[in-house]
Write a protein that binds this ligand. Sequence first.
Ligand code: LLP
Length: 392
Amino acid sequence: IDGQLRRRPQPWWQARRDELLGLADGATPRYVYDLATVRARARALAAVAPVDRRYYAIKANPHADILRLLVDEGFGLECVSQGELEHVFATLPDLAPDRVLFTPSFAPIDEYAAAFAHGVTVTLDNIEALMRWPEVFRGRTLWLRVDLGRGEGHHAKVMTGGLASKFGLPVDRIDAFLAAARPLGVRISGLHAHLGSGVDTPEHWRSVCDELGGIAERIGSILTIDIGGGLPIPYRDEDEPFDLDAWSVGLAEVKAAYPGYLLAIEPGRYLVAEAGALLLTVTQVVEKSGIRRVGGDAGMNALMRPALYDAWHDVHNLSRLDDTGTAEFDVVGPICESSDVLGRRRLLPAATVPGDILLVADTGAYGHAMANTYNRRELPGETVLPAQGEPQ
Ligand code: LLP
């Protein structure tokens, strides 16, 4: 919008409008992914970060093309379920198991056994599992997920640390964990913490690294320190882009204080969020008691983030991209829930009518991955765009 502060560069989809309109025709709801953006984010991280091991948290977007690209870019993969593990090895049969992390939460014991059978690195975060299934864990080398006593992130529902959180072994129970592990011959070679998602302060990872470094010195057997994911992206024009340089400088300082360890990260959102857009077809435009609503052919079933976290995603009328948004609309879906709102009071062209294509931006992370079939609606489709300039 003219005159409005725009910190973000032009998004990739603006130059590809005609192509997107073509593939949306009769084929919405549909997520579209631009792999060049994924590659650019992967390389930006690799260029700055003093990090020895990068894992992509595939829960954000497990599309096979994205996994292949990120593995080619040198990333390992972080999985949280047996389903994710099987998907990874079906997609990439030659992937070395030591490039895969298994970081489940309250998983059934069979999934740990399956992960050991695959030979991947397994993370555990409680003593109870060790005590209950000694035969599965005996003689294994594990990573330990700790709870550093606080959560972080863009919404309370994505914080994964602190007393109220189900994740992680409290720091004051580490000695008890080691005491339970010793007679089983269980060795701890990694320390892991992930305190939340969409954390906008680069200092966060610096202090996580510092705290884990201190614990590692005490334990003695640690080789790798994994400081989690959680890197944010700018969802709104006024959001500052994440300061990768400040992040990297802070990490380098702490790493220098603990030179004996490999440093690992496991971002999801940062790599893929901006690479995805959700395309919808407008079904109805309705005014009721002064509020104009534009309805698309999918809502919270295709994209849960606004309903679940009050998350913001820009919405554009792709069919009328050159028209200034002059009219306020609530953007809603077809689901029988009042929370089925993708955006409130959004400026869209006043001429918006049924048949227009809407684009919901920055939905490459936790978009299709969290979509569901509520109300017996079909899952949205997915299309990976061919690299620009290349024939299809
Ligand atoms: N590592 C672990 C152990 C995690 O639990 C997660 C995300 C990540 C890494 C990757 O986090 P990221 O870099 O993507 O922030 N559905 C929510 C986000 C939930 C994240 C769950 N865990 C959302 O749409 O905001």
